[in-house]
Design a protein around this ligand. Structure first.
Ligand code: CA
Ligand code: CA
Length: 78
């Protein structure tokens, strides 16, 4: 009998997109991310509290794609 499995990446640092550092990526993090979003090759907007997901110096759709890929929903709801 084959058993389904899920690959779960293990990060040594903060979860990409976890702007508030609470161990999940949820709508609170999306709200914080949008406060940073300026577009490709532009520095984050003032007041940004997020760690940039792809570490290339901007907050663009590539960063948002990483946030989406790691979206967990609220940790309390799991
Ligand atoms: Ca979070
Ligand atoms: Ca980036």
């Amino acid at each position: 009998m084959l058993m389904p499995f899920v690959t779960v990446p293990i990060y040594s640092g903060p979860l990409p997109g976890d702007c508030d550092g609470d161990g999940d990526v949820d709508l609170d993090d999306v709200t914080s991310f949008t406060a940073c979003f300026a577009g490709p090759a532009l520095p984050p907007l003032g007041g940004c509290v997020c760690t940039e997901p792809d570490q290339d110096g901007d907050f663009d759709m590539a960063d948002f794609a990483l946030l989406q890929a790691h979206f967990t929903g609220p940790r309390d709801a799991r």
